[in-house]
Design a protein around this ligand. Structure first.
Ligand SMILES: Nc1ncnc2c1ncn2[C@@H]1O[C@H](COP(=O)(O)OP(=O)(O)OP(=O)(O)O)[C@@H](O)[C@H]1O
Length: 326
């Protein structure tokens, strides 16, 4: 649905040039939620704004639904943008217009008749659960409600793709959760493809099927969220499952990190281990995360016992990944 190839963006020239994106390539399949995760200054906003050409790339190509965006200009670009909705961190609502009129705005631009516009606005208000607030002004709404208006406005022209530029960064955790639920619901019910940028791991955990990590303008990792989480060496796993920086191992103890994925997270692995291999186990850290139906976890523990090697072999025979750390 979205294919980005070798996308680069340089701001400024000569000594003052800033490389915001450096040969970024990624593919967002139709109907998926794809998150781009990165710290401040990594290039996330630049990336998402290049997709609908709010920012012109320096080089590279961007296909959205088969159309090469970078070749477009004028009315062809305006038309292409009607198939790409966008929501923003600070909502970007028109303060002098009511909620209904904010949502109607893109429809007016698209040339909808007054009646067709009113009908569509009603549907959109229902879609985001704001039927009762049609005549309110943005200043009378909470942040979460404002973002619902932003989503309704973005979906007015029935786009196949929604771009989300840090849409929950200005919201409290509970409101963030409900907005992400709404996005997930729209993705499931309407097959909406969503490309979102965020600096929050929680957003990726809650709704993304795939994730790419952007660091200083370069994509340093990408894949399915559950798969990356199950690979202890991935950046995603390291940030999901932080390990203690240092540990004073007991005399004779071996420190191991066990990664669980899929069904193995449901097995009573530790009690089997203790019983079958007569081990003493001292847990140092542990966490299990859920991605859709898949559970992924990491446990770090000290093992003390004569049958340490056999115990590690047993764990590996179950398909678990085991690292021995000392
Ligand atoms: N219009 C611009 N002119 C010059 N430099 C810019 C411009 N926009 C962004 N940059 C620079 O490009 C780099 C990437 O910025 P960008 O805003 O894309 O990052 P980001 O990951 O979205 O960060 P944040 O979350 O802080 O917005 C930064 O070094 C930034 O200073």
């Amino acid at each position: 649905m979205i294919t980005i190839s070798d996308l680069s963006k340089v701001y400024g020239q000569g000594e003052k040039a800033i490389v915001a994106l450096d040969k970024v390539s990624l593919e967002v399949p139709k109907g998926e939620i794809f998150g781009v995760l990165g710290q401040s200054g990594a290039g996330k906003s630049t990336l998402i704004r290049c997709v609908n050409l709010l920012e012109r790339p320096s080089s590279g190509s961007i296909f959205v639904n088969g159309q090469e965006m970078t070749t477009l200009g004028g009315s062809a670009l305006r038309q292409a943008r009607q198939h790409i909705g966008m929501i923003f961190q600070h909502f970007n609502l028109l303060s002098s217009r009511t909620i209904a009129d904010n949502i109607a705005f893109p429809l007016e631009v698209m040339g909808y008749s007054r009646t067709a516009c009113q009908q569509r606005v009603k549907e959109l208000l229902a879609l985001v659960g704001l039927e009762q607030r049609a005549n309110a002004y943005p200043a009378q709404l909470s942040g979460g409600q404002k973002q619902r208006v932003g989503i309704a406005r973005a979906l007015a022209g029935q786009p196949e793709v929604l771009l989300s530029d840090e849409a929950t960064s200005a919201l409290d955790p509970q409101t963030t959760h409900s907005i992400l639920e709404l996005l997930q619901d729209l993705n499931r019910r309407m097959g909406l493809t969503i490309l979102l940028i965020t600096h929050e791991m929680g957003v990726v955990k809650q709704i993304c099927h795939q994730v790419a990590i952007l660091e200083a303008g370069k994509l340093v990792e990408q894949g399915r969220v559950g798969d990356l989480a199950a690979r202890p060496e991935s950046r995603l796993a390291q940030s999901l499952f932080p390990r203690p920086q240092s540990y004073a191992a007991q005399p004779g103890a071996r420190v191991v990190t066990i990664s669980f994925a899929g069904n193995s997270a449901d097995e009573p692995v530790l009690s089997n281990l203790i019983r079958r291999f007569d081990l003493n186990v001292n847990i140092l850290s542990g966490n299990i995360e859920k991605f859709g139906e898949q559970r992924v976890g990491q446990l770090q523990a000290e093992f003390v016992g004569e049958q340490f090697e056999q115990a590690v072999d047993y764990l590996r025979s179950l398909g678990l990944r085991v690292e021995v750390n000392n």
